[in-house]
Design a protein around this ligand. Sequence first.
Ligand code: GLY
Length: 591
Amino acid sequence: MTLCLVAGVVGGCKGAPPAVDAQASKQDRPGEGRERRMPALEGPPGSVAVGVNGAVSSAELHASRVGLAVLERGGNAVDAAVAVGFALSVTHPSAGNIGGGGFMIVREASGRARAIDYREVAPAGATRDMYLDEEGTPTQDSRVGARAAGIPGDVAGFALAHTKYGTMAWSELVAPSVRLAREGWPLDQFHADDLARAAGRMHKLGFHDSAKVFEQDDGTSYEPGDVWRQPDLADTLQVIATRGPRAFYEGPLATALVTGVRQLGGLWTEADLRAYTAIERDPVDFEYHGHRIITMPPPSAGGVVLRQILAGSDHLEMSTHAWQSSAMVHLYVETLRRTYADRNELIGDPAFVDVPMEELLSTAYVANRLASVDPNRATPSSEVGAGLPLPAESPQTTHFSVVDGAGNAVSNTYTLNGGFGAKLVVPGTGVILNNEMDDFTAKPGTPNMFGLVQGPQNAIEPGKRMLSSMTPTIVEKDGRLRAIVGSPGGPTITTTVAQIILQIIDYDRTLPAAVSSARIHHQWLPDKVRVERRTPAALRESLRGLGHTVEEVRWGAGNIGHANCIEVDPATGGFRAVADTSRDGGGAVAF
Ligand code: GLY
């Protein structure tokens, strides 16, 4: 089979799309059962790949290619997603990982959908006030260093998905990542810069051994085109490939991880690792304007917030206004202000706190919450709560989407939390530690890294999962797959997903157009409409005229999110994978 791929930053679709044996392909697609033609290529040049047999969109091209190769060998979307998840731990180290956690939505071709929760948990030694100093002031320990790390869930999550839904041998899915780590891969400009920045930051923090992983033997930075090898990570992945996923949680590798973390001052124990389990959950599953939306339940707040935003859109009839007109954005922001107040106060790990799901998901509740919206004036967040500043740390999570020819689909978002997590590599393992403990409420009323002001529902407790915003989502129309959507970006994840869904459902936009539209965010506190650098000045001024405080985001290239998504073209039934070019990096592939 000829491969037609288009990468976000590398190369382009080489010539005409491959010829497809329509009859054979149709027989291979029992779940969808509809003839599909190759859709036309469209969208920003170099960011879109089209195909009918499978597609992958992720933050990094080598990783996307790993997933595509699995699909070409006959693996299904879950097989490919597991392979991509491991590959990104090698090729997108700021966020791709095996030392963090995340969430996955699996939608089988039959339409049956499940949510896989592989969020990190607090170690048994964690305590409610562990990040407060003697004066009760939060310290940096929840963000930097080994004490910031929760017990990782990735390997267990991928294993659960693979056991329940995969078809290929586990070792075959990990093997490409072992190869990438051992043999290395040529860095592009984005990743060369990323490694140099990470090493610099680690040196500044005194984490010199960790910094060495990201620089040359002589201490200089890698240049674009240099091949980056990670022998320790290759050995770790080889153990996981050969001995299976439990090898991360018990045995010599687990001992090495715990010993390393404890030497660095962390709290992990071997019992913590042994006890970790990924959980299969019922997704948040609801109808919006003739579409089925399948998304993540707590301990991610993403699904609840997405439900409330879309219910708000319906109640306030946002789509009667032009996309990103000031009237539309005003109603959208007023919805977010109220929704995020709920997110921060009412949601936590359902194993530890009662989350009023029925109420939060009901349209009547959302309508009631929106009764105070003034169409002509911003409601100050101080009338809902108190405001605090949002720091400039770039939210570094990563999302990838996978579909196979049968219509099985995976939407996966996972993370180390901040870029390169706790800025520490466990010695001898290549495993980068997450700083996910910062997603807990260190102190009610005090903002976390993302400026989120959260409540006691999300307080630290041993074994508890910290609240998340990750929103891996799948959209269906008339029982058929329509789109796979998700993004990184801390609290901006859910608003990024909501804006893409609003555009494809209510504004009839193609996915490339929806992904390339400037994004806008509000999270109750701080009381600021956050806009991207590319947001038109006229819109900013109109919003200010309605009483909003508008501020351009300060991280990265002044952008929000990185939505690597896939849609089924309604006109042709073909797949269109879209790599988000608003940040560097990204690879969309299809065949
Ligand atoms: N670490 C970001 C989130 O889970 O929302």
